[in-house]
Design a protein around this ligand. Structure first.
Ligand code: HEM
Length: 434
């Protein structure tokens, strides 16, 4: 499906777009179910590739990009609202919804006119590219509801209690200019240019009402179907996620139920943390120490108490002499549900690489010099951070052996509204009179 003008083909009509998009989406729905069930036995990370379609559905009770099998690339952007009035925010969200649905279907952001005396309705860098399983996930930060004590849009009383101001955590080195935001957009796609393009179009359409605060690219390896991607520490990451095919677990741990306002039911809460990893330091550690730090075997990806990647984690396991197998301060030990009142989160992590920087390490041997500015974009979805991410990370930030190698330098916390059906716009219920 392409609406870009081609010499031999007139631009498709709006009706053509809707039919094409609906067709593509219906096809994807059926295929999607099949794909997920085929994978359920082998992996807990959403890893599979579509056979025929490169379109992920935009419309539905849940936003795309949460349960969607991981795409290879992400472009995450946070915006500050500059709009003076509530109506301008409504208009922005309406425009964004329409454009995002088009982009996900592989269409230009808006219908292209042949009038070359006007700026183009789409910047054009995805001409000729497939939709690449693009998903666009919108989020609302605390600043949409109240900012510096000001109720700019009359929404303060509608702020969900679960959208807390995250506490400061031990060791946080968050750079303010790269933290927070009133709105977030995460574009994920199998092609980096498709992901960048999506954010660029939405940012362009927001010219008069919001501006970019920070943005971050991330990537994953081109892992084979059924495999778990490795992060820059060289470890498989995502193995012990709750399975996205387990809808009971997703309802319990990820999606908002009756406890939330109607516009959030079927939505979630997103924590994003940009975590710099001291790769030079890590690379000098022996493998056994790395395994003790994370609480996982490096090569097999198996738990310390098992042999194969998907063997069950038992953080209380002991060896034949009765000694604990997991250090109390290993990453997995601190993160496991057994030590978190059963809490679970759905991680959807990407790696990032921002080149090199002059860096002073925070841990022995306190190296100073040019080091990688690379690491992990920790992205997690959970139903309520107050009983999951916050207590879990509070403990980790103080005790995790991984802290010697990890510095949190930015990120944000966003309410992810429920998905929309055609004709609706993102966050609509939040703005409607009760
Ligand atoms: C420093 C950056 C981080 C890296 C490199 C990292 C890496 C890993 C790896 C390799 C695993 C084991 C494989 C797996 O089950 O996925 C894991 C597990 C896990 N991580 Fe992280 N992680 C990081 C930060 C975090 C943070 C900030 C949290 C949440 C507060 C977190 C929560 C979890 C959870 C819940 C598990 C599963 C534990 C289990 O039950 O087995 N991680 N992580």
């Amino acid at each position: 499906v392409s609406e870009f003008p081609a010499p031999d083909r007139p631009a498709a009509s709006r009706r053509g777009f809707l039919a094409a998009a609906a067709g593509a989406m219906a096809g994807v729905g059926a295929e999607f179910a099949l794909r997920n069930s085929a994978d359920a036995a082998t992996t807990n990370v959403p890893t599979s590739r579509p056979a025929e379609s490169t379109v992920e559905p935009f419309f539905g009770p849940r936003q795309g990009g949460i349960l969607t099998p991981l795409q290879n690339h992400t472009y995450f952007a946070a915006f500050d609202l500059t709009a003076a009035h509530r109506e301008d925010v409504v208009e922005l969200l309406q425009t964004w919804t329409t454009a995002a649905a088009r982009l996900a279907a592989g269409l230009p952001a808006e219908t292209i006119s042949k009038d070359i005396d006007q700026p183009a309705a789409d910047t054009g860098e995805t001409m000729g590219l497939p939709p690449s399983r693009l998903t666009i996930t919108f989020g609302f930060g605390p600043g949409l509801f109240i900012k510096q004590g000001k109720d700019r849009y009359g929404l303060a009383s509608r702020r969900p209690p679960a959208l807390i101001d995250l506490p400061a955590f031990s060791g946080d080195q968050l750079v303010q200019a790269k933290t927070g935001g009133d709105l977030s957009i995460q574009a994920c796609a199998d092609d980096p240019q498709v992901a960048f393009h999506a954010v660029r179009q939405l940012s362009r359409l927001a010219y008069d009402s919001a501006q970019l605060r920070w943005a971050q690219t991330g990537f994953l390896p081109s892992f084979a179907k059924g495999q778990t991607p490795r992060n820059l520490l060289g470890f498989k990451d995502g193995t012990n996620n709750p399975a996205t095919t387990n809808s009971a677990a997703m309802e319990k741990f990820v999606f908002i139920g009756d406890e939330g306002p109607a516009w959030m039911r079927g939505g979630s809460y997103l924590v994003m943390r940009k975590i710099r990893l001291a790769l030079e330091h890590w690379d000098r550690m022996n493998v056994k120490f790395q395994e003790q730090t994370l609480g996982r075997q490096k090569y097999a990806g198996a738990p310390l108490n098992g042999k194969n990647e998907f063997d069950a984690v038992d953080v209380n396991a002991v060896d034949k002499d009765g000694n604990a197998i997991y250090p109390d301060t290993s990453h997995v030990s601190l993160a496991n549900p057994a030590n978190n009142n059963g809490a679970r989160i759905l991680r959807r992590p990407y790696s990032y690489n921002d080149g090199v920087n002059f860096t002073s390490e925070r841990w022995p041997p306190w190296r100073q010099g040019m080091e990688y500015d690379a690491g992990l974009l920790f992205i997690s979805y959970q139903r309520d951070v107050r009983s999951s991410f916050v207590p879990m990370f509070d403990k980790m930030s103080k005790l995790d052996m991984l802290n010697q190698f990890a510095t949190h330098v930015g990120g944000g916390f966003f309410a992810i509204p429920r998905g929309v059906s055609e004709g609706q716009w993102i966050g609509q219920g939040l703005f409607e009179k009760v």
